[in-house]
Design a protein around this ligand. Structure first.
Ligand code: CMC
Length: 434
């Protein structure tokens, strides 16, 4: 509704301020709270940004109550069913689905950026033999900033944003696969651009220099699907980090590296690895109840990994798709996965339990993805790098949107200061206890 406002009154002083209400295509209206600071000298306090809109975005919409996820208006279920990862990347970045010519040009243009400068390979040698791949990935992606950097670049106006996107999307599989190869003492494999995006990634990960490599098409399709489901997810912690880093008009590779750092934690992308550790520890469906009880115990910090979400208060639509694919994949590859049985039992018990019902805790995207990665023989510590690989398309789409935003400003949150009052410096000899 045009002209809608909210009036906020400070009862202590009787002063009021009128704040505009902004309406998007969907979702909760937002209050433009800037008049609060200007006219009342007050800020909004919102730890964890649970009630704060930090930008306008036309890329992804999610409705946590209904369990809806749209990319550029297209439901995730339709993209998962019909699209490919590189097509979804095109959609996120360009805003529209490509026609056949645009798609083939896009695929070709990404392939033109699958190589990295040869010196990039030397960065890996500096890591400990047992380094976590996320630490390597964060480092080498940050290092790419030094290969694509002009000190005075105006990233908003003077750079080719699409070229940046193609570089990021093209190089991520190469960089991520080298983390795995280095950890395992395997030689790095150059990309083979005759292969599709996902097949090329698998080739760089798993091929031997001595043998031909033909990945299982079922595995390629499953991985492509997982990449689609991880491609973007609105203003989550890592995406917001990329935007905040970008708001200082910084090198995009440095921004993506900051996003990787944020994604790593177990409350975010690191949950996919944590889920598999948890399922392994549980071991058998018979033990599930004990772990559910631990997660409910307020004296125990234990949480069920892969459960709960800040925004989804319903089944995460991505988890629904992954659960189904998990079933199909295990059957198709004739794999016996006791871990899947444990996961199903855990979901079954938790979803009937009052603790989880009251708090609206449902399985999230990370709950089943690890089981699929495992079935595809992807090592556990590579699960989160896989997430980072796919999410880098969303990060770069959001970075471009930020760079091209007319309302661009450096991000600068405020705070509620609760420290000492002003006091004078005391020389060390005069301090008490001297
Ligand atoms: N197991 C048990 N209890 C939980 C869980 C869980 N996984 N998640 C939330 N709760 C409880 C929590 O203890 C709290 O209870 P109470 O109201 O009695 O204090 C209530 O539910 C609300 O939790 P919260 O921590 O305030 O919720 P949040 O929005 O700040 O956190 C979350 C969201 C995803 C960090 C959290 O649910 C969690 O830690 N989940 C497990 C880790 C995980 O699966 N992360 C992946 C998230 S989705 C993919 C991604 O972002 O990468």
């Amino acid at each position: 509704m045009a002209g809608r406002t909210v009036v906020i009154t400070d009862k202590a002083t009787g002063k009021s301020v009128e704040c505009p209400v902004l309406e998007g295509t969907y979702g909760a209206p937002v209050i433009d709270s800037r008049p609060l600071a200007r006219e009342l000298g007050m800020f909004v306090h919102d730890i964890g940004f649970g009630a704060t809109s930090a930008c306008r975005s036309a890329i992804t919409y999610l409705d946590g109550d209904q369990g809806i996820l749209l990319h550029r208006g297209y439901p995730i279920e339709q993209l998962a069913e019909n699209s490919s990862f590189t097509e979804v990347a095109y959609l996120l970045i360009h805003g529209e689905l490509p026609n056949a010519r645009q798609m083939s040009e896009w695929d070709h243009s990404i392939k033109m950026h699958t190589m990295t400068h040869e010196h990039v390979n030397t960065f890996y040698q500096g890591y400990r033999y047992d380094a976590h791949p996320m630490s390597m990935l964060q480092g080498v992606v940050g290092a790419l900033a030094s290969f694509y950097h002009e000190p005075q670049t105006d990233y908003r106006h003077d750079t080719d944003h699409l070229l940046t996107a193609r570089r990021v999307i093209g190089k991520m599989p190469n960089l991520a696969s080298k983390c795995y190869r280095y950890s395992n003492g395997l030689p790095f494999v150059y990309p083979d651009n005759s292969r599709s995006y996902v097949e090329n990634f698998m080739y760089m990960m798993f091929s031997w220099p001595t043998e031909p490599y033909h990945p299982n098409p079922t595995a390629v399709r499953a991985l492509d699907l997982l990449f689609i489901l991880h491609a973007d997810h609105e203003q989550n912690a890592s995406t917001s980090t990329v935007r905040l880093a970008g708001s200082s008009e910084n090198n995009p590779f440095a921004c993506i590296s900051a996003g990787i750092a944020t994604l790593w934690g177990k409350a975010h992308g690191g949950a996919n690895e944590a889920v598999v550790h948890m399922l392994e520890e549980i071991g058998s469906p018979a033990n599930v109840r004990k772990y559910v009880d631990r997660a409910k115990d307020k004296n125990d910090n234990y949480r069920l990994m892969g459960f709960g979400h800040r925004v989804y208060k319903n089944y995460d639509p991505r988890a629904k798709i992954i659960r189904k694919v998990c079933h199909e994949l295990l059957t198709e590859l004739s794999l016996d996965q006791p871990m899947f049985e444990v996961a199903l039992e855990l979901e079954n018990i938790a979803l009937k339990d009052d603790y989880f019902i009251e708090r609206k805790l449902y399985p999230n995207v990370d709950f089943y993805s690890g089981i699929i990665y495992r079935a595809l023989k992807i090592p556990m510590n590579m699960f989160t790098p896989m997430f980072a690989l796919a999410r880098s398309t969303g990060w770069i789409a959001q970075w471009i949107e930020l760079m091209e935003d007319e309302d661009f400003r450096i991000g600068r949150p405020r705070q509620l200061y609760v420290g000492s009052e002003r006091r004078d410096y005391v020389p060390v000899a005069e301090r008490s206890g001297a």
